[in-house]
Ligand binder design. Sequence first.
Ligand code: ATP
Length: 253
Amino acid sequence: MELIAKEMEIKIGKKEIVKNISILVKKQQFVGLIGPNGCGKSTLLKSIYKSLVPHKGTVFLDDLNILKTSEKKVSQRLGVVGQFNEMNFDLTVQQMVMLGRTPHKKMLESDKQEDFAIVEEALTRTNLLDYKDRSFLSLSGGEKQRVILARTIAQQPKFMILDEPTNHLDIRYQIEILECVKELNIGVLAALHDLEMAAHYCDYLYAIKNGAVYAHGTPEQVLTSETIEALYQIKCQTFINPVTNGLGFAYGI
Ligand SMILES: Nc1ncnc2c1ncn2[C@@H]1O[C@H](COP(=O)(O)OP(=O)(O)OP(=O)(O)O)[C@@H](O)[C@H]1O
């Protein structure tokens, strides 16, 4: 599915947080949002996945007008892995992941064999099979993050929004999560902080500064020393990482 968010404007109180941003994610593309803390990435994503009402703008997933469609219908197509996943009540990991099936069920419909099979597959993809019966609240931050991804995979979305999905994760799991998402072969819009990961996994990038698009293009076009220095107010040198053959970055103040 293709996502088009057009001319998005978001104000919180009197402050303009997002200023006329347009984003295009073509079919099966992995598109990244980068930019410094507080530049507006999460706010923009929240307005795209209906957690926040934008002041202006439209969001279409193919021909589905997201902002004018019911939550349930949107959830059948759009999955979200957010930044904070705190919950007050406890469920097992399997029950948590089963919640991903909710948008596909009628009210009070019980879990079918097919739902259990989908949950099992999501647990396998995220390496969580051994955690199936553990209590969600007893998990570490990184383990919880993987459960949330598994729940989103069980939702079988056609498009995924990720807000710093590798928060809390050690390097191995950062790679595993992004690999896992990439393997789904669906459109993805993800806010990422790690520029090497963004260079490696993204087909296209939008660099956000002060609530507006500062630069956009392929990772090679966007991740230049000049753009990174302007975005983050640091010194930066780019190089070809001899191990990964991808873009590498050396930073200083
Ligand atoms: N509910 C709110 N009330 C007031 N200001 C808010 C609110 N939500 C967000 N903001 C402000 O909007 C700006 C953008 O925040 P946002 O979380 O979108 O940034 P971000 O780019 O995702 O940052 P980070 O990389 O730190 O997650 C920040 O200055 C933040 O303080």
